[in-house]
Design a binder for this molecule. Sequence first.
Ligand SMILES: NC(=O)c1ccc[n+]([C@@H]2O[C@H](COP(=O)([O-])OP(=O)(O)OC[C@H]3O[C@@H](n4cnc5c(N)ncnc54)[C@H](OP(=O)(O)O)[C@@H]3O)[C@@H](O)[C@H]2O)c1
Length: 277
Amino acid sequence: MRTADHRIALGLYRTGHTRQLLEGALEHGVTDLDTAFNYRHFASHRTLAAIADDLLPAFTISTKVGYFPDGHNLAPARLRAAVEQSAEELRRTPDTVLLHNPESSVDAFVDACAVLLEMREAGLCKTWGLSTWDPRPLLDADWEIPCPNVAMVRAGLTVSTGLLDAVDELVDRARIRELWGMSPFAGNADDSIWQTVDTSTFLVPGQQCSALEAGVAAAFALPEVTRLAVGTSHVEHLAEAVSGSRLEVNTETVTAYRALLRERATVSAGAPSRKDH
Ligand SMILES: NC(=O)c1ccc[n+]([C@@H]2O[C@H](COP(=O)([O-])OP(=O)(O)OC[C@H]3O[C@@H](n4cnc5c(N)ncnc54)[C@H](OP(=O)(O)O)[C@@H]3O)[C@@H](O)[C@H]2O)c1
């Protein structure tokens, strides 16, 4: 696994949109931003343009469409309007547009993918793809879609074996060309697992780092992703993620870990349930 191919994206879901954070990101070599039409109460794009119009050309920006003030909706006309509005509000076209959690509206999935391909062909983005928290509802349906350039999925030590296997299946079925990860701490870096689990086990020995840095490194391998979106409002936390992205992961440990997860899931599935007693 080449760490040189790993990039951290600053995820803007619950992150303060400040110029200082964007400047700090660039200082630490973070040139990817991940946002969405609905982030910051539907004002993320406008806010970015207002606070950092001059900095935005230095970033590669991914955004997502699918959530509207009245809920999740993948209707083609609404997606088209959201992509056009995103470019207007950002005052530049985003590099990538992702369908936001398509598993929430499976019936509309195929037509929605066609719209994003159409938007790419119209020059409103360079690449398109899927951002899915849990692809399993998609896998239960029949569909054929044009190959997405990229998919963004949950990554790291908090991801279950069922989810990791579902991502593998999605990549195969949709012929996804590149995989990105998100949420290496499942949204909560204060969780006790980061104090109780020795995350350095996942690294090639001899590298000094914090538990969270090793967690970031492991997230690049579970599943294997080239970009990882981390949410933080603190430049020093983003710098820690960048350090983690440069650590070398022990691929044998990752393989053994995935086998253990599968074994444990099989044992749990076969265990007698409470009502069997
Ligand atoms: N369905 C989707 O499309 C979807 C869903 C979820 C997330 N995402 C994307 O993925 C990004 C990341 O997800 P997320 O923010 O939910 O989860 P996350 O990156 O796993 O966790 C963010 C939390 O970790 C803390 N943190 C980060 N680095 C830290 C460090 N070095 N030390 C201590 N605390 C640290 C942050 O607090 P501080 O601010 O204090 O650092 C924040 O509370 C989102 O912003 C979004 O771009 C997409």
